[in-house]
Design a protein around this ligand. Structure first.
Ligand SMILES: [Cu+2]
Length: 316
């Protein structure tokens, strides 16, 4: 190769390298913005805890992107600039104490900062706020504590507590009515209706095998395990529909185990609760009536008047 061509070729390569680096950086920034919201980051927007999880994720992602671009940039630059040439011997360097101490302390500082930020934000993720003044009137939540989980409670102690029970293959929701009789509580399957502007705490367990409660826009996953209760919460500001799905393979119809949370105005929720209770009471009365009729039929069928008695064996 004629020596005169070398600088021109080097310039072209540098230009290509710079362009590639810029394109990579721009691509990363585009992917991280609203154009692909929730593609790279957790879903949010339904509840403050989901928003906090999303914010924390984005902070950590931004730091990771800066570190990634820095490290990969230096790597690519070194690969290209110091690649083997027939006629060149690179500088023979063995260690650089200042640099090594620098990047060790730098990495440690980044980890410490991320840990502090995470712990500060964990509070907002774990602990629910109070309901709004115009939310649904709620009762005091018992602060249950078991071996590894505790029932989160807002500062006022009041929330709408709903029991979530995973069963192959449906979610059952029980709305305690505050009296001692747990058998007359209102319940529903698959679709959970909740009031807006109200802190909702969930006590999650399972009937048969391990399931996992997850409505991405309303916060993180919570395991639903037989014989153990896990807790989570959400507070939805505006009416809306939030979809989720059992996030633990629980059997062959696991994919059918969907969950929907429908948030409605507090007044509408009150109406729903009353009509649901009416529906359940009517169904219970109908079942009672049917059972009574069936019992009477059976009793009538066994009576000898009907001629249904087995023929007597002769020659006894
Ligand atoms: Cu399941």
């Amino acid at each position: 190769m004629p020596a005169a061509l070398a600088p021109a070729r080097l310039r072209t390569r540098r230009r290509v390298f710079t362009l590639a680096l810029l394109a990579g950086l721009a691509g990363t920034l585009v992917l991280a913005t609203g154009a692909s919201a929730d593609f790279l980051t957790p879903e949010s927007g339904g509840s403050p805890n989901a928003d906090s999880i999303d914010t924390l994720y984005k902070i950590i992602l931004a730091v990771a992107v800066v570190v990634f671009v820095g490290v990969e940039g230096v790597l690519l630059y070194s690969l290209i600039k110091f690649r083997v040439r027939k006629d060149a011997v690179p500088a023979q360097i063995r260690g650089n104490t200042r640099l090594e101490i620098g990047w060790t302390l730098g990495a440690a500082a980044i980890l410490v900062i991320l840990a502090v930020v995470s712990f500060l934000m964990l509070d907002d993720i774990r602990n629910p706020p109070n309901s709004d003044a115009d939310g649904f009137p709620t009762q005091r939540v018992v602060n249950v504590q078991n071996a590894s989980a505790y029932q989160p409670r807002p500062p006022s102690g009041k929330a709408l507590n709903i029991e979530v029970n995973g069963q192959r293959y449906a979610w059952r929701y029980t709305y305690p009515d505050g009296d001692d009789n747990v058998l007359n509580n209102t319940y529903s399957y698959e679709t959970m209706v909740v009031p807006t502007k109200t802190t909702v705490t969930l006590a999650i367990s399972a009937q048969d095998v391990a399931h996992s409660w997850w409505i991405p826009e309303l916060g993180g996953k919570a395991d639903a395990v037989p014989g153990h209760t896990n807790f989570t919460w959400f507070k939805i500001p505006e009416p809306g529909v939030f979809r989720g799905q059992c996030a633990e393979l629980c059997g062959r119809n696991h994919a059918d185990m969907i969950a929907t949370v429908v948030a409605v105005q507090p007044a509408e929720f009150k109406q729903w609760l009353t009509s649901k209770k009416g529906e359940i009471d009517a169904a219970n009365k109908a079942a009672q009536k049917r059972r009574k009729a069936e019992a009477e039929e059976t009793a009538a069928g066994e009576s000898p008047v009907n001629g249904d008695t087995p023929p007597t064996q002769g020659g006894s």
